[in-house]
Design a protein around this ligand. Structure first.
Ligand code: MGD
Ligand code: MGD
Ligand code: MO
Length: 762
């Protein structure tokens, strides 16, 4: 293998607790500990069950078995799936638990403690005048729910999270839309909505254009703002193989994530697991939120290195002249000052891209969760188009998605931006026009609830309270809603803090490997997996499947219009409807007979034209972001005594799945618990902070005290903390086009001593 162009990234100093690489022996130890423990047999049974992994959109599973991916390759199950399964096979919450624990007590629970209460196994309600959740009968649930969802369509809404099935998702949107509501908020609004918005605008498609097969033909991957060694471990196998065949990987991330430098994968027990495999050839560490400048820099270098594919631009794109002109006219000084990466580093990236035969551009939350998230995606796509690294095998754009079925929810129409084709099919089904109002995405839902405009909310999974910025606002907003119905497998802090004004109901549901019927999910690679029916370990429990609850409620609300809702409890009928309604999903109609999992047709783009009206990709210029940080006085602080203003990135620790914390520490970053801030040593020393000192971290909505300083490989001026805890300190600033909050660039001030606060400010 050639030597890397960059032996050591500039901000690579870690702390003593950081391991030398990601993955490796600790993964095997984790597997052994859990699979050999008393819960072991249950874990193995689930691992072998024919259903998709619960964890991320890069999971395996389905009909080919738990350890086989869509290309038939074995040993593809990551430890995150064991983590997720262990949480689902917990014992039930004891029958009298809620009688003896008041809501005031439950509000104090941390995310980890809430999850460790066990599986929800009977439905409960918290009434307005009560201090306790209490058991409720199904008759009363349906009575309350029916009344709640008969309210004016603009006052009813749903929120969903991508763990449920395509069938549940389809039914949810069909029920809400039949009722006349378009308020289908979804966790993707907080996640990849900038990707769907940008890809739709430029290419007329909303998802990855690269299949696993295509990725295997690439010889360069650009991975921006994705901590895949922690959040999409199976992608690491593809990156290892790419390096093995002589390919190059450019990582773009303000934090030097140890697992993106070197990763030991159990899929290659001899050559990778113990020694580790090199991942990044080049590691660029931009200022958080500055990726547009970095990508324009790469474009500028590509122009200067004469690597532009003009023939491709002329034949298959429009608007390219302005995009090239933008890169030419912005000076190197401006670009490098904005992104904080040197011209040499940027030119090296361009050289690697220019020399590659096939480049795949992958990205995740470091790109999308910014006020200019859509521009970030445009700038990546422009780079791919300029070099013609798109619309063929081995090249293209690959958003690295979140939840294991978040993409399926979008495909099924759980979105405020309904595809025209689906709208037309729904109108045929309904026999009337779907004259839908605009609809609330997740942030609009919170704002509308805060303004008292929402009466009834159905949450199909997720943690709407914990996932949003400004936890106090989220709590207030949800408290204005009369009825909230949570469908969940396990309790979370949202069930205890996101309480409705009158009735909060928690309905315990069966998870993906327990449903009495078959279901399907869609991966981030556009691959549809088929889940067998299963059973639950919870004995004498009173659980329901999402499909059964939604169809029964819909039946009570809508009778047999536009479908025989109760008949839909046999999910084969739902799949037939999906086949008729959802573009590219034709094959789902026969999946029960053929058991053939499939790639959704029309998604993988291996040749032009694109799906825009002109057939050309629409290139769009991308203004540089304004990255000015507030001043001390903006935080209400009068004197500059040892305080530091930073761009704070918020995200996941190694052992958490979104708002659900499995283990308090982050072993990859050497952070021992959740109340830490990862800081560059140089920044800390500037203001006389030592490692392990305790500081206050203050944003525009509040502050957290007693936060431990941990030195890490994060660039100067930036820092990192974990959600959901950190969500109390900042208000939502969103990308206007997608509604996604800027979780990755939160202006904060940190200080050790209690500083004097300006009166009247804040
Ligand atoms: N085990 C596990 N797997 C998961 C999840 C989980 O919580 N746990 N969550 C699932 C979900 S819903 C999602 S959306 C994905 C999330 O997967 P990721 O997007 O990988 O997760 P994040 O922790 O949000 O962090 C992304 C990375 O962005 C970097 N970053 C921050 N700001 C910037 C920036 O301005 N520019 C660039 N280039 N990089 C930046 C951070 O340093 C971090 O390494 O993972 C999914 N898979
Ligand atoms: N500060 C900050 N905030 C963020 C982010 C960030 O990076 N920084 N990331 C954002 C992102 S990318 C996302 S996707 C959101 C995540 O937001 P959500 O998707 O709303 O939250 P989760 O924590 O994934 O939801 C977990 C809950 O789902 C329920 N659940 C699990 N499985 C099932 C099932 O099969 N059926 C049902 N009905 N329920 C189930 C369980 O009760 C569990 O407690 O958070 C966002 N918030
Ligand atoms: Mo996400």
């Amino acid at each position: 293998m050639e030597t890397d162009p960059q032996p050591k990234p500039p901000f690579s100093e870690t702390n003593a607790e950081t391991p030398e690489m990601g993955g490796g022996v600790p993964i095997i130890e984790y597997w052994a500990k859990h699979t050999l423990s008393p819960e072991g047999p249950k874990i193995w049974k689930t691992l072998f069950h024919h259903s998709a992994c619960l964890s991320c959109s890069w999971g395996t599973g389905g009909q080919k078995g738990g350890f086989t991916n869509e290309e038939g390759e074995k040993l593809q199950r990551c430890m995150k799936s064991v983590e997720a399964i262990s949480a689902e096979i917990q014992p039930p919450i004891p029958t009298h638990f809620f009688d003896t624990h008041s809501i005031a007590e439950l509000k104090q629970l941390s995310s980890l403690e809430a999850d460790r209460l066990g599986r929800l196994s009977f439905p409960v309600i918290l009434r307005a005048d009560s201090a306790h959740y209490e058991r409720i009968s199904w008759d009363e649930i349906y009575a309350i729910a029916t009344e709640a969802f008969q309210k004016h369509p603009e006052q009813i809404a749903s929120y969903s999270s991508g763990r449920g099935s395509n069938e549940a998702a389809f039914l949810l949107q069909l029920m809400l839309r039949t009722l006349g509501s378009n308020n289908l908020a979804d966790c993707s609004d907080l996640c990849h909505a900038p990707s769907t918005t940008a890809l739709q605008e430029m290419f007329g498609t909303k998802t990855s254009m690269v299949s696993l097969e295509s990725l295997k033909q690439a010889d360069c991957v650009v991975l921006a703002g994705a901590h895949s060694s922690s959040n999409h471990p199976r992608l690491m196998n593809e990156l290892i193989k790419l390096r093995d065949r002589g390919g190059q990987i450019i990582v773009i991330n303000p934090v030097m994530e140890v697992g993106l430098v070197k990763f030991g994968s159990p899929a290659f027990p001899v050559k990778s697991l113990v020694p580790g495999s090199k991942i990044a050839s080049l590691y660029l560490q931009p200022i958080p939120g500055s990726d547009v400048a970095l990508f324009i820099g790469i474009q500028k270098a590509l122009i200067e290195q004469d690597q532009i594919n003009y023939a491709f631009l002329q034949a298959h794109t429009e608007g390219w002249e302005a995009v090239l002109e933008q890169a030419r006219s912005l000076s190197w000084e401006t670009l490098t000052a904005t992104c904080g990466v040197t011209q040499t580093e940027i030119e090296t990236a361009a050289t690697l891209i220019g020399a590659a035969k096939g480049v795949v551009f992958g990205w995740a939350m470091g790109i999308t969760q910014h006020t200019n998230g859509v521009d970030n995606v445009y700038s990546i796509a422009n780079t791919a188009l300029m070099t013609g690294q798109i619309a063929r095998m081995g090249a293209g754009l690959m958003p690295v998605r979140g939840h294991s079925n978040v993409q399926g929810f979008g495909s099924m129409g759980v979105t405020v931006k309904l595809k025209e084709e689906i709208r037309q099919s729904l109108e045929m089904l309904l026999g009337r026009s779907l004259n839908l109002p605009k609809g609330y995405h997740t942030r609009d839902l919170i704002e509308a609830a805060a303004a008292g405009k929402v009466n009834s909310l159905m949450c199909v999974g997720g943690n709407l309270y914990g996932a949003n910025p400004d936890s106090a606002q989220a709590k207030r907003a949800l408290g204005n809603i009369d009825t909230i119905i949570y469908l969940a497998t396990k309790p979370n802090i949202g069930h205890f803090n996101g309480l409705a004004k009158v009735n909060t109901i928690i309905i315990p549901v069966l998870n993906r490997f327990e449903n009495p019927h078959k279901t399907t999910v869609e991966s981030g690679n556009n691959f549809v997996r088929f889940n067998d029916e299963g059973t639950t370990h919870l004995k004498n429990a009173d659980l329901i499947s999402e499909v059964e609850f939604l169809t029964e409620l819909a039946h009570r609300l809508l009778g047999d219009y536009p479908v025989e809702w109760r008949k839909m409890q046999d999910t084969r009928y739902v799949r037939h409807l999906i086949a008729k309604t959802i573009p590219g999903y034709g094959k789902i109609a026969t999946i029960d007979e053929t058991e053939e999992e499939f790639t959704i047709s029309g998604r993988i783009v291996t040749e032009p034209p694109f799906k825009t009206p002109s057939g050309r990709a629409k290139m769009l210029t991308t203004p540089l972001p304004n990255l000015t940080l507030p001043k001390l006085t903006d935080f209400g602080i009068s004197e500059p005594d040892n305080s530091l203003i930073l761009a704070l990135m918020t995200g996941r620790s190694y052992s958490q799945h979104n708002t659900v914390v499995y283990k308090i520490g982050d072993q990859y970053r050497g952070m021992p618990h959740r109340h830490c801030i990862l800081l560059n040593r140089g920044d800390a020393e500037k203001v006389n902070l030592a490692e392990h000192d305790r500081v206050s971290v203050q944003g525009d909505a509040g502050k957290l005290d007693n936060i431990e300083v941990i030195y890490g490989a994060v660039r100067q001026g930036a820092a990192l903390m974990f959600y959901p805890e950190v969500n109390v300190i900042f208000k939502a600033k969103t990308d206007e086009r997608s509604g996604t909050p800027a979780y990755k660039r939160v202006p904060v001030v940190i200080y050790k001593e209690k500083v004097r606060e300006l009166s009247g400010k804040q």
